[in-house]
Design a protein around this ligand. Sequence first.
Ligand SMILES: C[S@@+](CC[C@H](N)C(=O)[O-])C[C@H]1O[C@@H](n2cnc3c(N)ncnc32)[C@H](O)[C@@H]1O
Length: 290
Amino acid sequence: MPNVESESVYFLNAGAAESEHERLNRQHRLFDDMMQNDLLPPHISSALSNSPTPPKIVEIATGTAIWLTEIAKTLPADAELVGLDYDTSKFPASLPSNITLRQANMYEPFPSDLHGKFDIVNVRLIIFALKEGQGTDLVRNLMTLLKPGGYIVWAETGPLVGSVEPPSLAWHQFQEVNWKFAKKVGRDLNLPIGMLYYIKEAGCVECDDKAYPGNSQLYTHNAKDWIARINFHVKAFAEQSLRGIISLGGVEGMTTQEEMDELVAAFKRDFVDRKVNYVFIRAWGRKPEA
Ligand SMILES: C[S@@+](CC[C@H](N)C(=O)[O-])C[C@H]1O[C@@H](n2cnc3c(N)ncnc32)[C@H](O)[C@@H]1O
């Protein structure tokens, strides 16, 4: 069995699991607001509610299972929900009885009892775990979990498709560190745009995607609260990313705790009430019936 941890380029699991757990749950609420509180593309939700059998959903790289916990509230009690992640340290202590969590590496064949079982495979925010050349094979692996006609839904954003206003030197420095690290470890830089291509290439049909402007909340009555939340989020995300990048050997200019502390301090100064402009993309496709 390969040593998954040592092969992985994923960097957001460094440090205390509890604070990463809280960060992911806060992040879910931001992304959910930004995506108009549609936990699934509306036409896929409708297909699920019109299905004659109880819904079966699996989430890959489930983290704290926050998405599963939220979607469970919208589904009948006989829905069956499964969450998989290679790192179990962020799994919550208690969950609704129809959610089961298990350890699984998404780059290896999934346990055979899960094959061909699900109406939906959901995956969100694995951008930092994907190496160049792995996208299409990953989707093929996810498709093994689907019933014929089932849907894959994949959502991503990333720092390289974001900008801040007014411009921030700390943000630019962070983007450079992140980009250098991606090049060093061979991370896939085609996400979030490339998901649709990978889903099509893997053989799905009825594929499409939708982009959600990450700053749409600025044009609602929530704008002030949104700015405070997104500034808090950016600081926490940058700190957790830098901690992880250093733990995996770092890149030129970002290898020591001192270098990290300096950039984190610059983030604290810069991110109080900045506008953060970015985009969140959700792509989907359907496993052919035949
Ligand atoms: C940014 S978190 C997102 C968690 C969750 N999907 C969400 O949106 O809240 C990414 C998750 O991917 C998991 N992960 C990374 N590499 C993985 C792999 N090879 N197999 C399974 N899970 C993986 C991490 O442990 C982490 O929980």
